[in-house]
Design a protein around this ligand. Structure first.
Ligand SMILES: NC(=O)c1ccc[n+]([C@@H]2O[C@H](COP(=O)([O-])OP(=O)(O)OC[C@H]3O[C@@H](n4cnc5c(N)ncnc54)[C@H](OP(=O)(O)O)[C@@H]3O)[C@@H](O)[C@H]2O)c1
Length: 321
């Protein structure tokens, strides 16, 4: 338990997401401050305007005034840095995907349990109010019995040297954007698909999947259909199909890129539900800060991340076969 009224965050890595979204979100958060930042380049750490800047991740972890770290590096460092941070006595909010596979995730979870520190996955989309609203609508039977979730997230990757094109660092579209589709499917259909099939296209040199289509069989005719890729125009959507109607989310993941709407359509009803803009990055930071300060559970804890990772592993395996 921290003794400060706010949680002093240390930001590890100063790449795109850290500079454009996370540093401003931590500064805007109600219960957090951007106490420190670390980058392999000191000037990059300084550029996000922390109170203290470091030119190494290890130096930031030695800062006793850092209560929690936000890990914003490429996927290949998530496990190592999360474990090092937990052992250094810090709570951890780590970019998605929390790990490169379920086995690594289990190890991270064990360290979190043994150190008594919180480990959470930075799945910002889960903090948008449209998500609980959609869940509530499905639970209330607004579209009858839910039969299918279609979740897609695709964008064009132009840079073959991008960290997301590096197989050793957990690159590929499944781990980068497919993780959102799986997460959304689990929210509505659960964690236990009875079977799955997948087809993927792999980059001839980089060996990462540049697109993957998967079907998760939830039994009794219920399915999740996921589509992710680096090979097409930017596109995101979730469609929930029930026996009596549909709910369509037009900006389920990157809510800030447009006006998020839930379109509810049944035989007797067509309703468009709109939402005020919110900063989901700020909400995820405040969610972890609240968990630390008030002893609540983070919205996307490591246990949830592990359930996601297990399905991602199975899909990757299905695609390889
Ligand atoms: N939540 C979201 O909306 C969202 C969006 C995009 C990405 N992400 C996630 O955020 C993470 C970073 O993605 P990004 O798009 O910000 O990538 P990026 O701009 O390429 O940044 C790469 C990050 O990795 C660090 N790094 C450490 N060793 C490195 C090495 N040898 N080569 C290159 N970079 C190295 C860099 O830190 P230094 O400052 O030390 O160089 C930097 O923080 C990924 O896990 C990704 O899945 C999340």
């Amino acid at each position: 338990m921290t003794t400060t009224a706010v949680v002093r965050f240390g930001l590890i890595g100063a790449g795109r997401i850290a500079r454009n979204q996370i540093a401003p979100a931590i500064r805007a958060a109600k219960r957090a401050t951007l106490h420190a930042a670390a980058s392999r380049e000191l000037s990059r750490a300084e550029s996000v305007r922390p109170t203290r800047a470091y030119d190494s991740y290890a130096a930031l972890l030695r800062d006793v005034d850092v209560d929690a770290v936000y890990i914003a590096t490429h996927n290949g460092l998530h496990k190592e840095l999360s474990i090092a941070a937990l052992r250094a006595g810090k709570h951890v909010l780590c970019e998605k995907p929390l790990a490169m596979n379920a086995r690594d995730c289990e190890e991270m979870l064990r360290v979190a349990e043994s150190t008594g520190k919180l480990l959470a996955e930075a799945f910002m989309y889960r903090h948008h109010p449209q998500i609980p609203r959609a869940q509530e609508l499905v639970r209330s039977g607004a579209i009858g019995a839910l039969m299918a979730v279609e979740a897609s997230f695709r964008f064009p990757m132009f840079n073959a040297d991008d960290v997301r094109m590096n197989a050793e660092w957990g690159g590929g579209s499944l781990l980068d954007v497919g993780c959102y589709c799986v997460s959304a499917s689990r929210l509505f259909l659960g964690d236990s698909p009875v079977g799955m099939k997948a087809m993927a296209t792999f980059h001839p040199v980089r060996k990462v999947d540049t697109s993957l289509q998967g079907v998760l069989d939830y039994g009794s005719g219920r399915h999740a259909i996921i589509s992710c890729g680096f090979d097409s125009g930017a596109h995101e959507k979730v469609v929930l199909s029930g026996t009596a109607g549909t709910i369509e989310l037009n900006h389920p993941f990157k809510s800030w890129t447009g006006q998020p709407q839930l379109a509810v359509r049944t035989k007797d009803r067509e309703e468009i539900i709109e939402f005020e803009p919110v900063n989901t990055f700020q909400l995820e930071v405040d969610d972890l800060a609240t968990a630390i300060l008030d002893g609540s559970e983070p919205r996307v804890g490591a246990g949830d991340a592990l359930l996601n990772m297990r399905i991602l592993d199975r899909l990757a395996e299905a695609a390889r076969n």
